[in-house]
Design a protein around this ligand. Structure first.
Ligand code: GTP
Ligand code: MG
Length: 451
């Protein structure tokens, strides 16, 4: 059997459309785990929550399962709306080991549902689909915290039929997106088929089932990926660059490998040369609440993967969300700087030739956009993180071919001077907070031009 001590906590990203219930689902997993989990405290991280395996097994209701699972717990990352991309990048691959895609069973698929699926497909991340808000199905009689099969049995025939109808709409949509899927308890081979778990994040119905499927996926897919050395140098991804009162610019980071210590030299991606700085303080949330709403932190001397942590250090202002952060030593500093630089350059393009201009809010979203446009063989003149500036506007206007005199903006602002300039110009500006909408809008624009 695998040595448990050498497995790190799998990172689970919760994705899906706005308001479909990602945060509520996490709250429920966390909340019920706290209530029931004498077995072990839930640890709050920056931008993430760690639920220890004992608390999860406790929810599954069969203690014999404990020996069956080899991971120390699960680290859940909530990705608010459009931030899905930021949080997914690591070494040009997926930050998440696993994912949950939440879809409101009554509303069905929405733009960010499709988007989540595309990303997961691209990175080949194993995931489970949660068909949420089953308590809103007309006539549903809620059975607090029960597993799905138990609550389903208690519903009337009509309600059961309604749930199945809605569920198969979700399954049909998944099929259209290229995924074979089934209600999770009808899946015989999770390597070939996606499981869909009907859930209510509010009443807790179906939550034990979600945890069970997640643990099943870790066992099947991840064992090899989770082997790591806690002694190795820390490697992580920057989730956000945030101003904190009294601290200046800080980084919210998910550490996915190794150890990060106070005083360590770290290298972080920026728009120019990578930032080199020394960790002044490592901060964790003080209590069991999401860091986004938290103002008080607790200092720690070191963190070990997988974990979320806030880093305070001098000179973090220019750091890029979505970029890598790596611990360096005196001996390998140059090497690490070069490595971080090449990781950033992989995404940024500056060819100076004919093509569209792309601006995005994070490295992760930029990478996804570049990937999509390249897939369609659309030439790109420049792709960069940041708002649309006056310079970008001028640059786009110098492109003569109207098909490429285009500025694409994902989750970015248009500077006022750029806006003034663009109003007078023939540059086509497309902005959105949905990547696939930008791609579609561009295709539509091209069609119009060609008619
Ligand atoms: P963003 O972070 O904005 O992307 O949204 P989200 O996906 O995190 O959704 P959130 O958890 O904030 O839920 C949105 C609304 O739906 C809230 O009012 C929740 O109370 C409600 N909600 C979430 N899950 C359920 C559910 O299972 N049943 C019912 N009835 N309401 C739910
Ligand atoms: Mg949320």
């Amino acid at each position: 059997m695998t040595d448990k001590k050498n497995l790190r906590t799998p990172i689970v990203c919760v994705m899906g459309h706005v308001d479909h219930g990602k945060t509520t689902l996490l709250d429920k997993i966390r909340g019920t785990a706290i209530v029931r989990g004498e077995a072990g405290a839930i640890t709050q991280h920056i931008g993430a929550t760690e639920v220890p395996i004992d608390a999860i097994v406790d929810k599954l209701g069969d203690p014999r399962l404990r020996d069956h699972f080899i991971v120390p717990g699960l680290l859940f990352i909530d990705t608010p709306g459009h931030h899905a991309f930021t949080t997914l990048r690591s070494r040009g691959g997926a930050l998440a080991d696993l994912a949950i895609v939440v879809v409101d069973i009554n509303e069905g698929f929405k733009p960010q549902t499709y988007e989540s699926l595309q990303i997961l497909k691209r990175f080949k991340t194993p995931f489970v689909v949660v068909a949420n808000k089953i308590d809103r199905i007309g006539g549903w009689v809620s059975q607090k915290d029960l597993p799905f099969a138990a609550t389903f049995k208690k519903q009337s025939y009509d309600v059961q039929a309604m749930l199945e109808t809605k569920l198969y709409e979700v399954i049909g949509e998944l099929y259209n997106q290229g995924f074979a899927a089934e209600r999770y308890d009808r899946v015989t081979n999770f390597q070939k088929m996606l499981g869909v778990v009907p859930v209510s994040a509010v009443t807790g119905e179906g939550i034990p089932d979600v945890l069970m499927v997640l643990l099943g996926l870790t066992q099947k897919f991840l064992e090899a990926n989770l082997q790591y050395s806690a002694k190795g140098p820390g490697v992580g991804t920057v989730l956000e660059v945030k101003e904190e009162k009294g601290l200046g610019a800080t980084l919210d980071v998910i550490l996915y490998d190794g150890t990060l210590k106070k005083g360590d030299t770290v290298v972080i991606g920026s728009l120019g040369e990578p930032i080199q700085t020394k960790v002044r303080a490592l901060l964790k949330p003080r209590e069991l609440s999401e860091i986004r709403y938290e103002s008080k932190f607790q200092q720690v001397n070191k963190v070990t993967a997988a974990a979320g942590v806030k880093i305070s250090a001098p000179g973090l202002e220019g750091a890029l969300a979505g970029s890598p952060i790596r611990v360096a030593t005196e001996e390998n500093l140059d090497e690490i700087v070069a490595q971080v630089k090449s990781e950033i350059d992989e995404v940024r393009i500056d060819t100076g030739s004919v093509g569209i201009l792309i601006k995005a809010d994070t490295l992760g979203s930029l990478e996804a956009l570049v990937h999509e446009f390249r897939k369609d063989e659309v030439p790109i003149r420049k792709a960069e993180v940041g708002d649309i500036s006056h310079r970008d506007a001028i640059e786009a206007s110098t492109v003569e071919d109207p098909l490429y005199s285009v500025l694409i903006g994902f989750n970015v602002k248009v500077h006022p001077d750029a806006r003034d300039f663009l109003q007078e110009s023939t540059v086509k500006v497309l902005t959105s907070d949905v990547i696939y909408r930008l791609v579609e809008d561009y295709q539509k624009y091209v069609k119009e031009q060609q008619e």
